[in-house]
Write a protein that binds this ligand. Structure first.
Ligand code: SF4
Length: 65
């Protein structure tokens, strides 16, 4: 699994970092995925952060291959 935040969509609400602080951080006005955070893609808090992101900037995709 791969978690990414699209900076072109993110408008810096910081909700992802608030909901799932183990995985997301808030840096320079954007939500970012912490190093190693991708391992937590199945975490319900991460799923919730994806669903509740107001700009739908967070994506979880299957790793190719
Ligand atoms: S919740 Fe969405 S809009 Fe808000 S900081 Fe995170 S990625 Fe950006």
């Amino acid at each position: 699994m791969r978690i990414t935040v699209d900076r072109g969509l993110c408008y810096g609400s910081a909700e992802c970092a608030y909901r799932a602080p183990a995985v997301f951080a808030f840096e320079d006005g954007y939500g970012v995925v912490r190093a190693g955070g991708e391992e937590c893609a199945d975490d319900p808090l991460v799923r919730e952060a994806v669903e509740k992101c107001p700009s739908q900037a967070i994506r979880i995709t299957e790793r190719p291959g």
